[in-house]
Design a protein. Structure first.
Length: 509
């Protein structure tokens, strides 16, 4: 039997403050709590118990079957545990008033089955698990839950409206070579029911079709799908979580409850993005690890006579741009022939500096980055050079564009056919700061120049940039084998210019 125990993601322990000269009456307010946890045969078993004081907001985890000193008061409890014989798992929650030496019990023999399935069922070749989480309904952190094989999960009921139950079902393909993943869930409010027998409809799910390529990343990757609750249903965040490994490259579909999801992929590097809303009955395609991992993010901005470098990531995945940060490199800011700031950074450093700048005028910010990767990897090094006008007396974002390269018609390993011609889309990126006090200046593109290299930068070949249907593209004539690097210089109508370069952008094989 497989099982996974989970608890609240943030643990905050607020230790009561005893002032000097505290009265004997205050000391007498100390009590103790012993929480017994009994499995389905009546034997004591170990469990963690989430304990939350509803008056002082003290929150902690305590061990069951042991006495713990606590101030007298009202507490919300939640726990989950497995039988000693590994034949079942139980979740439960109830409130208790601590007054002196207090004892309470979670008895799995009072548990009722939790049976959750999907209709129609995915078919054979799947591992079917169910999960249940008991949550205090007043936004307290008292949440505990567990996942188990179908037929092995139980919940201890309570009529107290201070608690609610989220439950779900997951179908995972037994084959490591592929197959869809299914996750469905629901929440019961106003108490914990006397068992669950639920059939959830596949038609109410959203579908993410993932194409995870290799090249910028490689090996086995861990994929994660994390849910963000809206409308006060915080308990559902516990059941709505999915993670699994897959070898790159790989393609699969994930069927999830509709709502806001954050997708991540971690292998030699880690890529992820913010939460996006996915609607029921809809299918969304996600191309992860698509070439090119290159500079992307938010342009720099001035802020009270300082220049904030922004959130430029030199190895951003086009689909999950918040990751790809394990790189070393350098950053340099110059003005009027003088270096104002220069720093060589390691893989673990943040380059978000904000040096003071002397006055209005033209500045150049150059960033370079390199990744330590196995032989044959793509997007191994990149650079971004921004030449821009800045006025430190104003809080505003600089003008300029960051080019995001997107080669079309590559295979799952980001390879083009030998001797072929690859169309590369040049995306003009100008992400804002999400700060209403920082003004984003209007801008438009005046000219675009582009080059490609097939010998790691020894020779650069000019490629004509064409604008059609609102898209800038270039045609790259691929060699018989090897790697192709890309470079673009964009000049705007105000004279600002940016040069984006990525070495080993895609392969030819």
């Amino acid at each position: 039997m497989r099982r996974t125990t989970a608890a609240a993601s943030v643990v905050t322990v607020l230790v009561p403050l005893l002032l000097a000269g505290a009265s004997t009456a205050s000391a007498a307010a100390k009590g103790s709590l012993t929480v017994r946890t009994l499995d389905r045969s009546g034997k004591p078993v170990y469990a963690q118990v989430a304990v939350y004081n509803t008056k002082t907001f003290d929150f902690r985890y305590i061990d069951s079957n042991k006495t713990t000193s606590l101030p007298n008061g009202s507490y919300e409890l939640a726990t989950s545990f497995a039988d000693a014989g590994d034949s079942g798992s139980t979740v439960g929650g109830h409130s208790v008033t601590v007054s002196g030496a207090t004892k309470t019990t979670f008895d799995a023999r009072k548990g009722r089955p939790v049976n959750v399935s999907l209709s129609p069922k995915p078919g054979s070749g799947y591992d079917h698990t169910v999960s249940a989480y008991v949550c205090a309904a007043d936004n307290s952190p008292a949440t505990m839950g567990i996942s188990a094989d179908a037929g092995d999960l139980y919940v201890i009921p309570t009529s107290s409206k201070a608690y609610e139950l989220s439950y779900g079902t997951t179908y995972r393909p037994q084959s490591a070579d592929g197959g869809d993943f299914w996750l469905a869930s629901a929440t019961h409010r106003g108490g914990v029911p006397s068992g669950v027998s639920a059939t959830l409809k596949r038609s109410g799910l959203t579908t993410l079709k993932v194409s995870a390529r290799s090249g910028p990343d490689s090996g086995q990757a861990q994929f994660s799908f994390s849910y963000q609750s809206t409308g006060g249903d915080g308990c559902s965040m516990s059941t709505n979580s999915l993670g699994f490994p897959r070898d790159l490259p790989n393609s699969f579909a994930v069927h999830l409850p509709p709502g806001q999801w954050n997708v991540g992929q971690q292998s030699r590097d880690f890529i992820y993005d913010g939460f996006h809303t996915y609607a029921a009955g809809k299918t969304t395609s996600l191309a992860l690890g698509h070439a090119v991992w290159g500079p992307g993010g938010r342009l720099p901005n001035t802020w009270y006579h300082q220049l904030y470098f922004g959130s430029i990531n030199l190895f951003a995945d086009p689909t999950l741009p918040a990751g790809g940060i394990l790189a070393a490199g350098s950053v340099k800011l110059t003005h009027a022939g003088k270096t104002l700031y220069s720093h060589n950074y390691s893989r673990s450093e943040d380059i978000g500096a904000h040096p003071r700048i002397p006055g209005a005028g033209w500045y150049t910010l150059t960033e370079t980055g390199r990744r330590s990767l196995p032989s044959g990897s793509l997007s191994t090094s990149s650079s971004l050079s921004l030449h821009f006008y800045a006025d430190p007396s104003k809080n505003e974002q600089i003008r300029d564009y960051i080019t995001r390269f997107w080669p079309e018609a590559l295979n799952s390993r980001n390879q083009a056919a030998p001797g072929s011609t690859t169309t590369v889309v040049l995306g003009m990126q100008r992400n804002g700061t999400d700060d209403s006090t920082v003004r984003q200046l209007s801008d438009s593109v005046k000219s675009v120049r582009a080059w490609y290299t097939t010998d790691n930068g020894t020779t650069w070949h000019a490629a004509t940039a064409k604008l059609s249907g609102g898209k800038w593209t270039i045609a790259v004539h691929n060699p018989s084998s090897g790697r192709v690097g890309l470079r673009s210089t964009v000049t705007d109508t105000h004279g600002d210019s940016s040069t984006t370069t990525v070495y080993n952008a895609y392969a030819v094989s």
